[in-house]
Design a protein around this ligand. Structure first.
Ligand code: ADP
Ligand code: ZN
Ligand code: MG
Length: 636
């Protein structure tokens, strides 16, 4: 039930990939030279000989017969002209050719009799030095070399990331954007108001540095965009490139690292050098964490190449004269693993947080990505935004794309509400599982379980309104009661938490009430509820016994090498008491749920029946079935 909606973790994509400029490499030149070398001798062979090639003995016979007018001797080759035309009579050749011009070759062992014979027959003899280019020799030596070079090139290209060869001409691996190439503007970014404001200032500064410098103001040199994946950090950087009228160097952290040791550091050097030459300019390092990870951390020793690269980066950041108008921007979703040296004053000291979009921002983002997608009139993007708390901008874009695909599959003209609804379920919970065959008993248990959640969500005053209830199996979930926040919440009052816990317990309570036996279906509910109760007790000071003490360590992930195990800062005794307290909160929530279900047994049965019949019921209908007022949603 009520799963916290969140898109797939980290979808790395490179929206800039399609803007890569074609690198003209020396290898293209080599390729053409090779081609010419290969073809030239063939052409030379075609045009270099004149007439028909005949046997040497035939030639001599013709000389003896006095039928040869003139010959030109080039090395071993003899080209000549007959006085009377002859016909070829080679065996196996069907049509005979009549010829006067011919070519033949003196045998390698030489023919001392030839010259006297020619003189005797008064043949005009021309001789020219054998200046012919030794194509044959060249071919024999060149082909293997070229083959090896070619293979080596292909190999290197495959090894180096991003399709950009180690030997390519842009050594820094950075893409240079100019204004005309980049179409993105701040208009394309919804929400992220703080970040946009900060970045607008940067753009203003670069357009007109004097205005700021006149008052002694200095722009920060390093600006770090921090936020969860898919919140538009890369997009914002592209917007800066689109808005600023200065060169914009864009590189992804992992591009510094290549197969050769030392490449990373030299790339950093090249990048900063180029940016300084082009100043005023902007450098943008995306996914900074891939180079900027804390040094010396991680099990199994440091990564030398990465450390060298990072050191180079640090020294370049320090190396700016205050007068250089180069601004370094970077983006990361893991600021916690960055090397502290990167965050020191004078380096990336200005941190701009890009958060998950709020409800209002989600509406705006949906409007941006709905451009060019025909929506049917019944689609209410505000409602979609309400149903997608925790979605990032990228998730929302993905949602609309999925919906468009689904609509196309159904062959309708516009995206309808049901397409968006299915797309949302798919993004949230995974694909529908069609091969699940349940017994009648299982279906009934499932229906009561979800009906239990739904009934409580509908009648508990502080619980969030129901979006829909379904017993269609999807992904890992067999059924879901989806709620949507009545309003954007930033703080959670205790009553809200307690009602929420009761709703979570509603599934198990219904099972026990109706079938008198618990099932495994509540595993996820219990896990979430326990987690929540633990947070309430240990961190939020919401239990009577523990009062205001905060016992929980921060909930940050544990990174290898930094913290092998999470420390516990309280005694065994306290731990035991905390567990007791958590258990009590859960028990109370369960009792509350069970009592309410018992009191409303008829409504529970009705809801479960309806679920078995329709499999999926929208929130308003749930309220109708149990005869309560549907919960109002606070207006935007
Ligand atoms: P990040 O770099 O933070 O991981 P991206 O900038 O790559 O995220 O975002 C991926 C895509 O999601 C963007 O190309 C854009 O289409 C969409 N997106 C994300 N945030 C927003 C936003 N605030 N407004 C509009 N579109 C957004
Ligand atoms: Zn449940
Ligand atoms: Mg990004």
């Amino acid at each position: 039930m009520n799963r916290n909606p969140r898109g797939p973790d980290d979808r790395r994509r490179n929206p800039l990939g399609n803007l890569q400029r074609p690198g003209c490499s020396i290898w293209q030149v080599v390729f053409w030279i090779a081609l010419i070398l290969l073809v030239a001798p063939l052409l030379a062979g075609l045009f270099g000989t004149s007439g028909v090639t005949i046997d040497y003995s035939t030639f001599k016979d013709e000389v003896r017969a006095g039928n040869v007018e003139r010959v030109t001797v080039t090395g071993q080759q003899i080209d000549g002209t007959l006085s009377e035309p002859r016909e070829t009579s080679a065996p196996g050749q069907e049509a005979a050719i009549t010829y006067t011009d011919f070519t033949t070759y003196i045998p390698a062992f030489g023919d001392e009799d030839l010259l006297p014979l020619l003189e005797e027959q008064n043949v005009v003899v021309q001789s020219q030095p054998d200046t012919g280019f030794p194509w044959g020799t060249l071919l024999i030596t060149a082909i293997p070399t070229l083959l090896m070079l070619g293979l080596g090139y292909l190999f290197l290209r495959r090894m180096s990331s991003g399709g950009e060869g180690v030997l390519s001409m842009r050594k820094s691996g950075a893409e240079l954007y100019n204004r005309r190439q980049e179409q993105t503007t701040f208009e394309d970014v919804a929400g992220a108001h703080g970040a946009k404001g900060e970045l607008r200032e940067v753009v203003e500064f670069l357009k007109n540095p004097q205005r700021f410098q006149r008052l002694g103001g200095e722009m920060p040199k390093g600006l770090l965009l921090v936020g969860p994946p898919g919140t538009g950090k890369t997009l914002l950087a592209r917007a800066v490139a689109g808005e600023a009228s200065v060169p914009f160097f864009h590189i992804t952290g992992s591009n510094f690292m290549e197969m050769f040791v030392g490449v990373g550091a030299s790339r950093v050097r090249d990048l900063f050098k180029a940016a300084k030459e082009a100043s005023p300019s902007i450098i943008f390092i995306d996914e900074l964490d891939s180079v900027g990870r804390r040094r010396g951390a991680g099990l199994g020793g440091g990564h030398d190449e990465r450390e060298q690269t990072l050191n180079q980066l640090l020294s370049e950041l320090d190396g700016f004269k205050p007068s250089t108008d180069v601004i370094v921007m970077a983006a990361t979703n893991r600021p916690d693993i960055l090397d502290p040296a990167l965050l020191r004053p004078g380096r990336f000291d200005r941190r701009v947080t890009v958060d998950l979009p709020s409800l209002r921002d989600r509406v705006d983002i949906l409007h941006i990505h709905a451009r060019g997608k025909p929506l049917s009139d019944e689609v209410d993007l505000e409602r979609v935004a309400r149903g997608t708390p925790g979605f990032s901008g990228a998730d929302l874009e993905n949602l609309l794309n999925e919906a468009a695909l689904l609509a196309a599959r159904r062959d309708v003209d516009a995206i309808e509400r049901q397409d968006i609804e299915s797309a949302r379920d798919k993004v949230l919970m995974g694909l529908e599982r069609e091969n699940v065959v349940m017994t009648e008993e299982e279906t009934s248990t499932l229906a009561y379980h979800e009906a239990g959640h739904a009934l409580l969500a509908a009648i508990l005053p502080h619980a969030d309104p129901i979006h829909k209830v379904t017993i269609v199996p999807r992904g890992r979930a067999m059924g879901v009661t989806q709620q949507m926040p009545r309003q954007e919440r930033y703080i959670y009052p205790r009553e809200y938490m307690l009602d929420r816990l009761s709703v979570m317990m509603g599934g198990r309570a219904a099972e026990n009430l109706v079938f008198d036996t618990p099932t495994s279906g509540a595993a996820d509910d219990l896990k979430q509820a326990t987690q929540m109760a633990r947070t309430m007790v240990l961190q939020w000071g919401m239990s009577e016994q523990f009062g205001f003490i905060s016992l929980g360590g921060d909930q940050q992930e544990v990174f290898l090498g930094e913290q092998i195990a999470q420390r516990r800062e309280y005694s065994e005794q306290t731990a035991r008491e905390a567990d007791q307290e958590i258990k009590m909160i859960l028990q109370e929530a369960y009792n509350n749920a069970l009592n309410l279900l018992r009191e409303n047994r008829k409504q529970l049965d009705d809801l479960a029946d309806a679920l078995q019949e329709f499999e999926e019921i929208p929130g308003e209908r749930v309220a109708e079935i149990i005869g309560v007022q549907a919960k109002a949603i606070d207006p935007l």
